[in-house]
Design a protein around this ligand. Structure first.
Ligand code: NAD
Ligand code: UDP
Length: 333
C-alpha cells in the first residue's frame, strides 16, 4: 500500500506548487512567485534544502510549507494552477550518496507530480538538466542532441532519472493532454547553495574564504557554462507562462563557457585569497565540456541571461562571506 498524504485546503487560487522549494533554486523561485502575487505551496523533504532558505516566508499569508517526500503520492485540496517539479538533489556529492533513492526521486517524483497536475488540471514544469546530454560529443549542445550518457556509471542515477522524468512528461502530455514544460537547466550558481554542497562554485568560494586549498578535479581544463540564479529563475517563469504549444525541452543556461581553472582563479581574485590550487583525481564520467545553445529560449521566450560571471560570483561570495563570518567562533579572552 502506498502512503497517501492528504493536506486540507487553505487557500483559493491562483496557486503555484514548488516541489523542492526549500532548495537553492526553488527558494529563489518561491520568493519571485510570491512577489508576483502568487500563492505558493512549497513541498520539500529537506534532504538538501534548508528551512533557512524559506524562513522569511514562513509567516507570509500566501505561503505554505509542506514537509513531504515526492516519492510518495500526495493529495492537496487547494486549487493548483502551476506545478514546478524541482525536487531532486542536484550536486553529484548528494545525488550519489543514495543513488537508488535519487532515481526514485526523479521517476516517482515526476509520476506523483504529473498525477497531481492531471487531477488539478494544472500546468507542470519539470526541472531537467544538461546532464541528459551526458559527456557530450556535440558542442555546444542544442535540444536536438540526444546525448551521450553512460547508463551504468555513478552519474546515471541522476542523468537517466532525469531522462525518464522527461519521458514521463511527454507521455502524460500525449496520453492525458497535460500542459507540460521541460526546462534543461545548465550549471546554475548563486546565494543559498549549501556550503557542503560539493558543487564547484560553492566549493571554491568556501575554500577561498577559509584559506583552504582550492580543489581542482582533473587538470581543470574541463569546461562548464555558469548561469546566475536570478537569470535562471526568470527563465523558468517565462517558460512556465509561455503558450501551451511550447512544451520544450528548452535549454536554460548561460552560454559563456569557462574552464574550471578559470573559475578557480576568478574566485581567488574576487576573494583576495591566497589559497593554493590543489589538483585531485577527476571523478568518473565527469563531462569534459558543456555549453548550451539557447536559441530556443531566446526565440520563444525572449530570454537570455543578463548577469555577467564577475557580478554573479561577487554576489555569491558576499553571501558566503556572511555565512562564514557567522560560523566563526568568538574568542573568549
Ligand atoms: P537543491 O539540492 O538545492 O534543491 C533540491 C531540493 O529538492 C532540496 O530542497 C531538497 O531537499 C529537495 N528534495 C530532494 N529530494 C526530495 C524528495 N524526494 N522529496 C521532496 N523534496 C526533495 O538543488 P537545486 O540546485 O536547487 O536544483 C533544483 C532542481 O534543478 C533539481 O531538480 C535539479 O536537478 C535541477 N537542476 C539544477 C541545476 C543547478 O546547477 N543548480 C542544474 C540542472 C538541473
Ligand atoms: N569540480 C572541481 N572541484 C570541486 C568541485 C567540482 O574541480 O571542488 C569540477 C568537477 O569535476 C566538474 C566541474 O567542476 O568538472 C563542475 O562540477 P559540479 O559538481 O559543480 O557540476 P557538474 O559536474 O554536475 O556539472
Amino acid at each position: 500500500m502506498t502512503l497517501q498524504t492528504r493536506i486540507p485546503s487553505l487557500h483559493r487560487s491562483p496557486t503555484a506548487l514548488i516541489a523542492g522549494g526549500a532548495g537553492f533554486i526553488g527558494s529563489h523561485l518561491c520568493d519571485s512567485l510570491l512577489q508576483r502575487g502568487h500563492r505558493v505551496i512549497c513541498l520539500d523533504n529537506l534532504f538538501t534544502g534548508s528551512i533557512d532558505n524559506i524562513r522569511p516566508l514562513l509567516n507570509h499569508p500566501h505561503f505554505r510549507f509542506i514537509d513531504h517526500d515526492v516519492r510518495e503520492p500526495i493529495e492537496i485540496d487547494d486549487q493548483i494552477e502551476r506545478i514546478y517539479s524541482l525536487a531532486c538533489p542536484a550536486s553529484p556529492r548528494h545525488y550519489q550518496k543514495d543513488p537508488i533513492g535519487t532515481m526514485k526521486t526523479c521517476v516517482l517524483g515526476a509520476i506523483n507530480m504529473l498525477e497531481l497536475a492531471r487531477l488539478k488540471g494544472a500546468r507542470i514544469l519539470q526541472a531537467s538538466t544538461s546532464e541528459v546530454y551526458g559527456d557530450p560529443e556535440v558542442h555546444p549542445q542544442p535540444e536536438s542532441y540526444l546525448g551521450n550518457v553512460n547508463p551504468i556509471g555513478p552519474r546515471a542515477c541522476y542523468d537517466e532519472g532525469k531522462r525518464a522524468a522527461e519521458t514521463l512528461m511527454f507521455d502524460h502530455h500525449r496520453t492525458h493532454g497535460t500542459e507540460i514544460k521541460v526546462a534543461r537547466i545548465f550549471n546554475t550558481y548563486g546565494p543559498r547553495m549549501l556550503e557542503n554542497d560539493g558543487r564547484v562554485v560553492s566549493n571554491f568560494i568556501v575554500q577561498a574564504l577559509r584559506g583552504e586549498p582550492i580543489t581542482i578535479y582533473g587538470g581543470g581544463t574541463q569546461t562548464r557554462s555558469f548561469c546566475f540564479v536570478d537569470d535562471l529563475v526568470r527563465g523558468l517563469q517565462l517558460l512556465m507562462e509561455s503558450p501551451a504549444s511550447v512544451t520544450g525541452p528548452c535549454n536554460l543556461g548561460n552560454p559563456h563557457e569557462v574552464t574550471i581553472e578559470t573559475i578557480a582563479r576568478e574566485v581567488l581574485t574576487y576573494t583576495e585569497s591566497t589559497s593554493p590550487l590543489r589538483f585531485e583525481a577527476l571523478p568518473k564520467d565527469d563531462p569534459k565540456r558543456r555549453k548550451p545553445v539557447i536559441d530556443t529560449a531566446t526565440r520563444l521566450l525572449g530570454w537570455r541571461p543578463r548577469v555577467a560571471l564577475k557580478d554573479g560570483l561577487q554576489a555569491t561570495i558576499a553571501y558566503f562571506a556572511l555565512r562564514i563570518a557567522d560560523e566563526t567562533p568568538t574568542l573568549v579572552p
